[in-house]
Design a protein. Structure first.
Lengths: 457, 83
């Protein structure tokens, strides 16, 4: 049942919220035993306020803090951390009557594309279509539960370089990532401040807008929260920009499926070619330099003293204690990104890597602006591959893993809103198309994507 | 990336690694940096973009309000932040 229909039924007392939520908890537990989508499940979830989303079950990625519910970022170093306040997004959802049902598993601190980079205390989520395969990451639990749930539910997830888009594509659901700064980051455990966005994963495209309307908007607690308003847009004949470079690098079956969509869209809109040459060529390197630089400073606070893990400090110097705790509880990928990020900011290398990457990001943003002079929206495949098997990822080279974000990184670097739509293929797994539009045209993009979703079905 | 740089990074990042980890990361990070060096190909004369969208300074007016008051002992009383 779609969100608006559900809310209507609740309003008309056709659904008893208490019974419904109790039934959901049972279902979530059962799914979780088999697929590992949650780090924690709320015992007796119930609405705290009356509001526009009264009774709506919502899962929250375990990278967003929730008052009184363990929040771990799926990292061993934060195991046991119980926040004393809610993130703004959670507060707004609760005030609107939504109900938090649990915290979904993710790659530790959002570091990953396959949701296998998790602490030893956690279990990797399994793909809802075939358990041998990955859900995608980093919001793997959010993608998995959204597909598997046979009840009304919306997942709150985050994206830094593709963490909403990838699992949405691999699990066959819809993912929406807003304009950077539209949704408050207050209470989001920072991976990379200049790239992190909170968005939505949903089973139906119509479920995204009612939830976005609640969580979007200026927040004085977040200094990167935008005070600018979302724009409306009037388009006589929709121009859809196609990026040829993007179609050339994807799996053959994915290319065929995406080209099939373009043919159907062509009946309703004008197709134009746009170029994102710099974004495609330099995007991955630019993204990983900026993201790891910011991550290495953000993770400095986890030292066994203030958050999560702490142990007895014996006769050691503080620095020795910090280094030992960090070495013990950070996973391999967390360590790798801390080292890399520290290196690209280090004296002698900062100008060559970090500063240069921020300048290239400016070029990428300008490239998107130029493309939006030619097209109203830009369409690309979301992922170049189908979800790999878990053991295949374990054998993958680190460069291949980083390159798997090639198509999702550009809109994240530019901070433009984007939405992914699942597309059927001739294979076992679906694939996905990604639509991007200019900054602060988020609601318009969702409306256009809803039309396109109907055209391609 | 050399053994010496890995040692320096561990010190800067306050991170204890085993010898095996140091060896592994040295090899991997060299590979990653080789791939990142693609950015050397492009000349850039633009200003950096530290955020995707720039906003004007949003600082509030610096006005004292009732929640910040001096007690009789001339101690600044701040609002309670933790329950």
């Amino acid at each position: 049942m779609k969100v608006l229909e559900f809310l209507q039924k609740v309003k008309q007392n056709e659904i008893n919220i208490e019974d419904y939520l109790s039934e959901i908890v049972q279902k979530v537990r059962k799914i979780n035993d088999e697929y590992h989508y949650f780090n924690s499940i709320v015992e007796n979830p119930k609405p705290e306020h009356k509001g526009k989303l009264f009774g709506l079950p919502v899962s929250v990625k375990d990278l967003i803090i929730t008052k009184g519910i363990e929040t771990t970022a799926s990292s061993d170093i934060l195991k046991g951390f119980i926040p004393k306040y809610d993130a703004t997004v959670v507060e707004r959802l609760k005030n609107a009557g939504a109900v938090i049902i649990g915290k979904t598993v993710c790659d530790a601190f959002g570091f990953g594309s396959f949701n296998l980079n998790i602490g030893k205390s956690f279990q990797p989520p399994l793909n809802p279509i075939d358990k041998k395969h990955v859900t995608g990451g980093s919001s793997g639990g959010a993608g998995g539960i959204t597909q598997k749930a046979d009840f009304t539910h919306v997942a709150i997830a985050t994206s830094t370089g593709g963490s909403i888009e990838c699992p949405s594509a691999f699990c066959g659901v819809y993912g929406f990532c807003p304009t950077y700064g539209l949704v408050s980051r207050y209470g989001l455990i920072s991976y990379a401040d200049s790239l992190d966005k909170i968005g939505i994963i949903a089973k139906y495209i119509e479920d995204i807008k009612p939830v976005l309307k609640i969580i979007a908007g200026h927040d004085e607690k977040d200094n990167t929260s935008l005070s600018q308003q979302v724009k409306t847009k009037e388009v006589e004949c929709l121009k859809v920009g196609i990026v040829t470079q993007a179609l050339e690098i994807v799996n053959e079956e994915i290319r065929k499926a995406v080209e099939g969509c373009i043919k159907k869209i062509e009946k309703h809109a004008e197709i134009v070619e746009v170029s994102l040459q710099k974004a495609m060529k330099y995007g991955v390197a630019t993204y990983y330099i900026i993201a790891t630089a910011e991550a290495s400073t953000n993770l400095a606070r986890y030292c066994g003293l203030r958050f999560g893990r702490n142990e007895k400090i014996e006769s050691k110097h503080f620095r020795e204690y910090f280094a030992e705790i960090r070495g013990k509880y950070f996973s391999e990928e967390e360590k790798r990104r801390i080292l890399l990020g520290t290196f690209v900011r280090m004296a002698g290398f900062k100008q060559r890597y970090y500063v240069k990457a921020t300048k290239i990001r400016k070029l990428v943003i300008e490239e998107y602006k130029q493309a939006f002079n030619k097209a109203d929206i830009i369409l690309t495949p979301t992922m170049a591959i189908f979800p790999p098997k878990i053991d295949e990822v374990e054998k993958m080279d680190i460069i291949d893993i980083y390159n798997s974000d090639l198509l999702t990184i550009p809109p994240n670097l530019a901070g433009v809103p984007h939405i992914t739509i699942p597309v059927q293929t001739n294979k076992k797994f679906p694939t996905s198309i990604m639509l991007c539009s200019n900054h602060l045209t988020d609601y318009w993009l969702i409306d256009i994507a809803t039309k396109i979703d109907k055209w391609i079905k | 990336m050399s053994e010496r740089i890995i040692e320096k990074l561990c010190k800067l990042a306050c991170l204890e690694l085993s010898e095996k980890e140091k060896e592994k990361f040295e090899k991997e990070l060299n590979k990653v940096l080789d791939a990142f060096n693609i950015i050397d190909e492009i000349e850039v004369s633009t200003e950096p973009a530290f955020r995707p969208i720039e906003e004007k300074n949003k600082l509030r007016e610096d006005v004292a309000n009732a929640t910040h008051e001096f007690t009789e002992l001339k101690i600044l009383k701040a609002p309670k932040t933790i329950e």
